[in-house]
Design a protein around this ligand. Structure first.
Ligand code: FAD
Length: 427
């Protein structure tokens, strides 16, 4: 009797334990697969802010990976509508999100910490498919060799022998240069965003605020005036109310040290002085004020080299104006899971190269379009001094949210040229 040797392990290294890295680990889990994540931090530092996943991504997280019940237990909410208001407080448009059943998923509102925790638990739980994912924290990668499939950590330790390396190390990726062949620096977008998180109980009795919004209602309210805009909505079953306030970035590029700093309340109030008083009353309830300088990336020409692939913000960081950054990272994860689905043991080099090329073909042009649309949507919402809002948050929604996975998308693209349909957008 001939004994067939058990197929050897498929060894996968993921660099970065953010949304992209954790989601990819979940999508790749399976028998005979050893997945390790290297994360530079201690992984307990996800910031206190909300994050929305759009239907094109929430369908994978909530349903395909069956994380909906875990997220619901932490207070996830289905967003019911977008309200778009001008600086006189008048609602100019309302987009009913419950009427968008064609997307096959909901726009979900999560607390970032909750989404991160649920993804981490799903990756590391012994209940999932195949062996649990191993996360090595305080493990900072300083270089990657795409020919030898190896990485070197800050402490000098080298790790090698991987069949696949997924670089999910964020917008300031250390691995990007090895893949692309040149340094690609994040681009200053000229935009910054203050973030605030307020207990709903502190504002729901304020009648001036309540006239305009109910902080517990699952609705996203946007107030727009020329260069400034507010994006506000609830989190954790309405216990928390989140505000992102986008403003022109006035920081001095020569002196900046960190992109994430403490904001100044007086500067915030000055930036929004044309906005209704109830908005400024809201700001004053915020116990903390964070400030992000917003960066994105110009579209890369390639995401892969050898057995290494860039994903998430490392590959396609974008402005948050379409709320698609993390959603695109989830799409990357789904794509990697789908194209490696049939690999049951250690893959040959050719099997890995060919699949990575298919993933890039399926994902890169779509992510590039969404990077472009996110820049388009950052243009001033009104003419200076005017109240009429010229942009609509649902303008590109059908393009972004109509998505059923990378394989289906790739097939669809073979017969349709999306770029032509969207017109000539310049980045
Ligand atoms: C104001 C604002 C609002 C946003 N709102 C939304 C929204 O509502 N919806 C949405 O979809 N997106 C949103 N985004 C975008 C979203 O936050 C990002 O696109 C997403 O978090 C990217 O995930 P990532 O895992 O690719 O990168 P990151 O979150 O940056 O994770 C990278 C991880 O890699 C680790 N790492 C980095 N370098 C190394 C290294 N050398 N070695 C080891 N580990 C390393 C980091 O510590 C980190 O844990 C928003 C962004 C901003 C700025």
């Amino acid at each position: 009797m001939t004994i067939t040797p058990a197929p050897s392990e498929f060894r996968i290294l993921i660099v970065g334990g953010g949304i992209a890295g954790l989601a990819t680990a979940i999508a790749l889990r399976g028998p005979n697969r050893r997945i390790q994540i290297l994360e530079q931090s201690s992984l307990n530092r996800e910031i206190g802010a909300t994050i929305s996943l759009q239907p094109n991504a929430s369908k994978f997280v909530e349903r395909s990976w069956n994380l909906g019940p875990h997220l619901r237990a932490k207070g996830s909410m289905i967003d019911r509508a977008f309200r778009i208001c001008s600086t006189d407080g008048k609602e100019q448009k309302r987009v009913d999100l419950t009427a968008k059943s064609q997307y096959g998923g909901d726009r979900m509102l999560y607390h970032r910490q909750d989404l991160h925790d649920v993804l981490k638990n799903a990756a590391t739980s012994t209940d999932g498919k195949g062996p649990a994912v191993e996360i090595l924290v305080k493990s900072r990668v300083v270089s990657c060799d795409c020919e030898k499939n190896s990485v070197v950590l800050e402490d000098g330790k080298a790790m090698e022998g991987f069949d696949l390396i997924v670089a999910a190390d964020g917008i300031r990726s250390r691995i990007r240069k090895s893949v692309v062949g040149e340094e690609v620096s994040p681009v200053r977008t000229g935009q910054a965003a203050y973030r605030m998180m307020i207990e709903a109980a502190k504002i729901e009795d304020d009648e001036d605020i309540r006239k305009f919004l109910d902080p517990r209602e699952a609705v996203t309210t946007m107030v727009m005036g020329h260069n400034n805009r507010l994006i506000m909505g609830p989190a954790r079953n309405g216990e928390l109310f989140s505000i992102v306030a986008m403003v022109p970035d006035v920081s001095d590029p020569s002196t900046e040290t960190s992109w994430t700093t403490e904001g100044n309340m007086e500067d915030l109030l000055e930036a929004f002085k044309e906005f209704p008083d109830w908005c400024k009353r809201l700001f004053r309830h915020a116990p903390e004020l964070g400030l992000w300088q917003l960066r994105d990336l110009d579209s890369l020409s390639s995401w892969t080299r050898g057995k290494v692939i860039l994903i998430g913000d490392a590959a396609h960081a974008m402005l948050p104006t379409q709320g698609q950054g993390a959603s695109q990272a989830i799409e990357d994860a789904e794509a990697i899971g789908a194209f490696f689905e049939d690999v049951s043991g250690k893959p040959s080099e050719l099997e890995v190269f060919s699949r990575l090329k298919l993933i890039e073909e399926a994902r890169l042009p779509r992510a590039r379009q969404i990077q472009l649309l996110s820049r388009q949507s950052a243009k001033p919402a009104t003419d200076k001094g005017d109240k009429k809002i010229k942009i609509s948050p649902d303008q590109y929604m059908d393009f972004c949210c109509t998505y059923n996975g990378a394989k289906a998308w790739r097939e669809q693209q073979e017969s349709a040229n999306v770029a032509e349909k969207l017109g000539d957008l310049s980045i």
